[in-house]
Design a protein around this ligand. Sequence first.
Ligand code: ZN
Length: 137
Amino acid sequence: MSRTYISASLRRIVSDRAQNMCEYCLIPEMLVLASHQVDHVIAEKHGGETIEENLALSCSLCNQAKGSDIASIDPETGYTVRLYSPRKDIWKEHFCLDSKSGKIQPLSTVGRVTVRLLRMNRVASLLSRQLFARYSP
Ligand SMILES: [Zn+2]
């Protein structure tokens, strides 16, 4: 989450690169009432800059849940694990989307802590992804 000014042109670059979908939970911007937001993958308080390489398009729910966090505690091991980075990681290496249920299954410890912290499988998100899968070509 950021209060830093982001120019319209930078926002357009970030939105286009993400194809207007949340880069964490994949919900398309057209399916939610609140506009997607530009997230600092590494929050400014941790030294993250306001540059393309550190920005990601995020739905307001993921952005709010992530806040300035960059890691979380894995409930299965108790270890601190970094969060998924849309700029450095490949989504399909950490998550799997069940398009029928809309549920995102983690495939790695990074995926597991990210799904949990960002609450990617909240009911509203499941319904949005089910709807998108049903009506997308
Ligand atoms: Zn999201």
